[in-house]
Design a binder for this molecule. Sequence first.
Ligand code: GLC
Length: 754
Amino acid sequence: MHSGGHTRRMLLKGVSAGALLSALSPAAARIRMTGSARIEALIAGMSLAEKAGQLSIYSDPVRAYGAVVNPGVVTQGLTEIKARIARGEMVGLFNGVGVALGRALQKVAVEQSRTGIPLIFAADVIHGCRTIFPIPLGEAASFDLDLAERTARAAALEASALGVHWTFAPMVDVARDERWGRVAEGAGEDPWLGEMFARARVRGFQGTDLRDPTRVLACPKHFAAYGAVQGGMEYNTADISDTTLWQVHLPPFKAAFGAGALSTMASFNDIAGVPSTANHHLLTEILRDEWGFKGVVVSDYTSEQEVVAHGYAADERDAVVKSLTAGCDISMQSGLYYKHLPELVQSGQVPIAVVDRAVRRVLEVKQALGLFENPYRSLDPARQVNDIRRPETVALAREAGRKSVVLLRNEGNLLPLAKTATIALIGPAISDRADLPGPWAVFPDVASHVTIEEGFRAAMGSHGALHVARGCDYEAPIEGGIASAVAAAMACDVVVLVAGESAGMSGEAQARVDIGIPPAQLALAEAIAATGKPLVVVLRHGRALALTGAVRNAPAILASWFLGSETGHALADLVFGDAAPQGRLPVSFPQSSGQEPFYYNHRSTGRPQTSDEKDYKARYREVTNAPLYPFGHGLTYAAVVYGETMAKGPLVRDGRMIVWATVANTGNRPCHEVAQLYLHARVASVTQPVRVLRGIRHLDLAPGQVVTVSFDVTEADLAYVHQDLRSFADPGLFDVWIAPSAQGGTSATFAMTD
Ligand code: GLC
């Protein structure tokens, strides 16, 4: 008899799902039933330990792959992990595993456990897997959403070939304080750009069918307002208004969920005193009731346990009750759900319905990934060979590297350099291979990374000459380092000085009080500048930097972030002019660290500093409030001139209005320009930023070419969050710019009427 028919008859008779499950072997239950019937049957037949296990994920203790990127908290050995899996009491593992171990563990789960529920394997594939792309902040500098989708897609291809089903990415936190180390992982200071990149990256990771074994489940994180930590201090409180939460920090998440993301990660921080991980308003009322989110919420690494340290829970049991009830479905790494939930349910402190609700969400996500039918997806040994570091993936890393670099300054057109020149390449990063990916790369294929020196030598070939000298370490001098660097400089026509941060100075738990170039590197820069040789500075960084001294005053400056596997080739392509820089700043460069948080889309205040006035204006006594380099800024090897911004108003509320301007390449080289649309509401019931980005247009301009760029503006572009949290535009006067940055361009004015 076909057990399928047997199953259906039992279901029709209303036989309890538990009896159903026991009547079926787990394998049959897994395969014979589909959809909600399978999930309900499983839930009905699961023990409390099995349910608590499906709500508990741990890092791979073996680390078959992967750098150590988490603190070694509560690590279970592989023996215990296997035993738990055999009992069906483990949802999955993250940051390690790999195909061989993954297959072995999956076999235990689907064949030995009573329920046969497959494991899910996750990892922090933030900007590439084995092939590493620029850090997300660097890629955001491309302002290129298609590029972001392509790199996320390529990362999914490699991750899914290495046993990963679920990536803990994209990070979509809007951050405005560059002292925070994790600005490196996001898309910068602008919510609108953040929305665009969140959507593109989710689409790249997930595609349109989550059952596609070459895709991975996305997990926009960290929900929510982690980028608002006070003082940019890691793990700090985020004490923000509801209007700021809704207007600045939530939109990228809503965009990510709108693109189909079926998981999210609760953030470490509290919002106005309520930790996100135990925040019912955030995780249930907003996320599920208002937005209709159907996926699963995972805590950030022991963040449910940290609800005690926050002072929001009395003890671990209280933390479990508050976190699970709030809507945090899976506990990451602490083991608290597994440890306490059975007893909390038996004592009546946690209704079984709350546990079942979370288990249902987990099983629904595993089902959406097709893991019940295809538990060995992403665990195909053949794919480990065919889909890792494909030539097109490596070429994409080089393309992404080129498009992420921002030319901040190029006095006298010092760049590009000739390959026939005699060049001194100086700085601690020039031959550093391990740091090229930056702060968040779990499975990098370090040996294949191309250093800056290697890239320069490959580009120069037999032409010219390259003299190299480290000069110093990232944060400390080297005995005789400066002398050797000066000697190298004196022997050359031009110096390329690479200055900035090591990977260890950026990312999680790397908040800096001073976002400048470390003193040892500044001393090197001053000595090099004193030689009088033409100086090109290449910045290497995971955040906006406060530039000073010889670095700040260098005639040519490239902001190159951490560019990943193809760093050397990408930089050489630009420095020698085989390609032209096209990046734009996704974060404002301040005059000084002391100005942070420092961002372009700030409110006017009652005493705005409109030029360089000093008296009684909103500014610091030591520096002007104008940025050193504004959001959106980026030069190229041509000269681009913008015409007057024109607007044909008024805009009627449910209509649209065209805004246009000419953009001309007055140089003698082709260029790629990113025209930007900014808007400003002159009057609002909640004061609005002096400018907000609402559109970008990529232009390829031949020498001498003039194009007219136009944007359609609608009420949605003018909408803002009112005190009652509704988002809409008020009739009134607005300013509009089509500009090369948040500081540039001319404005036009128009009215919006009802
Ligand atoms: C880390 C990070 C989070 C990451 C998680 C798992 O602490 O906050 O972004 O996904 O732990 O590695």
